[in-house]
Design a protein around this ligand. Structure first.
Ligand code: HEM
Ligand code: HJJ
Length: 489
């Protein structure tokens, strides 16, 4: 008997019947990207479930999602007030907070311009096209040496454990102007907690929707609060050091540039956007968190796929041998030639869909979609996994085939096919790190495939089942790697 008032000409949202108190929690289960994809087949591309007492609209289908996030972008650009989001950056995160449109837009612009200056633009070393390239080439070399050392000492390694440190160092370089050793416990222990972070913030966590669960003791929630506290403490310490050594005439990194903007804002008397220094400098939390968590997940999955498909790994190696050779570091300017690597990355994004849902959205006003009424402040899940596995869009969607993104003769990338994939969201809330992410994944992969050959421990099975979360990870495992001999094959 809730909201019986549907405006004339609009229909009530379809969806499964909710149980009292828990709603549809049981049907959603532990793999929402699969259960909500199944429900979409029955109820269509716009349907409603109830998590606890709270209605949630689930969107799938490329056209429907495009309509909502692009054509009706403003209506769907909010974030819901979810319990777990309150602990991220003390509730002041750019990506997860319920900031009003004006404040969010101003912060997003600051984040963009900071990333541009310290990733995309040219740095001080002329041999590199941008700061990002410089960081990745340096960290790539450290990573190869580290893996070589660990292989000699232990005979196998946990790929995520080392990749995440290298990736964190790239974003640390841009955000904080510093790097950490592969055995620095302060960094290693922090970035190795990201699986538990993602499991709590993943779309559909019952504790976000059912208030009584927030009062019951929960081991994962307790851990989540602790992870966020550690994260805040880690960043805050570096930020404080930056304030002490800050010099307006020498902006060293993203943290400095955000500190500098706090001054700008005070000078700008016409500005009608009220923002605390904390909300400005706090942007660096999001950039650092997003910068290490997403890319390390993408690269760790890549290595798993290389091991699962040895013939693909050989073809990638051969392509690098033929177009870059064994001696120099692969660069972004090699991208047009390394089409199979590009196709591999696209298929990795599509097949793994390791970011199965965007961050939850929220309607900012009463609206409608495909003729269904959606009230203001409704939580909206966007099912990216469904789009990437939709049989209407893809032939054999469950099979890993990089060639689907190449021309028939295998020499050209089919860009249009690649644009059907959805992993960075779209519209007003789309990822602001997309270009950096695509370039960083490309460069790291080219560098490690050029130097290393990855394989399983003989007799051990490879498990490619994802564990559900905001970013889905594979189970931790051990692999082997050997150095490619110069001129091998
Ligand atoms: C938001 C994907 C890397 C910064 C998002 C969203 C997705 C996404 C799906 C949410 C969109 C929505 O809610 O509709 C990815 C993927 C990455 C990646 C797949 C890597 C492969 C990065 C990097 C950065 C970054 C490297 C920054 C250094 C952000 C920020 C937001 C965001 C700040 C929040 C935007 C907002 O709420 O307005 N990303 N991302 N991401 N991403 Fe990324
Ligand atoms: C984190 C892992 C974190 C933040 C942010 C503030 C900002 C993944 C998607 C988009 C990227 C947007 C952001 C992701 C979250 C992490 C991540 C972790 C603490 C954080 C869809 O990034 O272990 O701690 O604090």
């Amino acid at each position: 008997f809730f909201n019986n008032d549907i405006p004339e000409g609009l229909r009530r949202l379809p969806g499964p019947k909710p149980l009292p108190i828990i709603g549809n929690v049981l049907e959603v289960g532990s793999k929402p990207y699969l259960s909500l994809t199944e429900m979409g087949k029955r109820y269509g591309h716009v349907f409603q479930i109830q998590i606890g007492m709270r209605p949630v609209v689930v969107l799938s289908g490329s056209e429907t999602v495009r309509q909502a996030l692009i054509k009706q972008g403003d209506d769907f650009s909010g974030r819901p007030d979810l319990y777990s989001f309150r602990f991220i950056s003390n509730g002041k995160s750019l990506a997860f907070s319920t900031d009003q449109a004006g404040v969010w837009r101003a912060r997003r612009k600051l984040a963009y311009s900071a990333l541009r200056s310290f990733a995309t633009l040219e740095g001080t070393t002329p041999q590199y096209s941008c700061v990002l390239e410089e960081h990745v080439c340096k960290e790539g070399e450290y990573l190869i040496n580290e893996l070589n050392t660990v292989m000699k000492a232990e005979g196998s390694f946990d790929p995520f454990r080392y990749i995440v440190v290298s990736v964190a160092n790239v974003i640390c370089g841009m955000c904080f102007g510093r790097r950490y050793g592969h055995n620095d416990q302060e960094l290693v222990s922090l970035v190795n907690l990201s699986d538990e972070f993602g499991q709590v913030v993943g779309s559909g966590n019952p504790a976000d929707f059912i208030p009584i669960l927030q009062f019951l003791p929960s081991a994962s929630m307790k851990k989540f609060v602790k992870i966020n506290d550690r994260f805040i403490e880690f960043v805050q310490k570096i930020v404080s050091e930056h304030y002490v050594t800050f010099n307006k005439d020498n902006i060293r990194d993203i943290t400095d540039s955000l500190i500098d903007h706090c001054e700008d804002r005070k000078l700008d008397e016409n500005s009608n956007i009220q923002m605390s220094d904390e909300k400005i400098v706090g942007i660096v939390n999001d950039l650092f968190g997003a910068g290490f968590d997403t890319i390390s997940t993408a690269l760790s999955w890549s290595v798993m796929y290389l091991v699962a498909y040895p013939e693909i790994q050989e073809r990638l190696y051969q392509e690098i041998q033929d177009n870059v050779g064994p001696d120099r570091c692969p660069l972004l300017s090699d991208k047009p030639k390394l089409v199979f690597l590009e196709a591999f990355i696209l298929e990795l994004f599509r097949h793994s869909s390791f970011l199965p849902f965007t961050i939850p959205h929220c309607t900012t006003k009463d609206t409608s979609l495909n003729g269904y009424f959606i009230p203001k402040d409704t939580c909206v899940f966007i099912n990216q996994w469904q789009i990437n596995h939709d049989p209407e869009l893809w032939k054999d969607p469950s099979v890993f085939i990089p060639e689907r993104f190449l021309s028939a003769d295998g020499t050209e990338l089919n860009k249009l096919e690649g644009e059907k994939i959805m992993v960075f969201g779209m519209g007003k809330r789309r990822c602001i790190g997309e270009v950096i992410a695509r370039n960083e994944v490309f460069l790291f992969l080219a560098i490690i495939i050029q130097k290393l050959h990855f394989h399983t421990i003989p007799g051990e099975e490879l498990d490619l089942t994802p564990e559900y979360g905001l970013t889905m990870k594979h189970k931790r495992c051990h692999l082997k790697a050997s150095m490619r001999q110069r001129g091998e094959l």
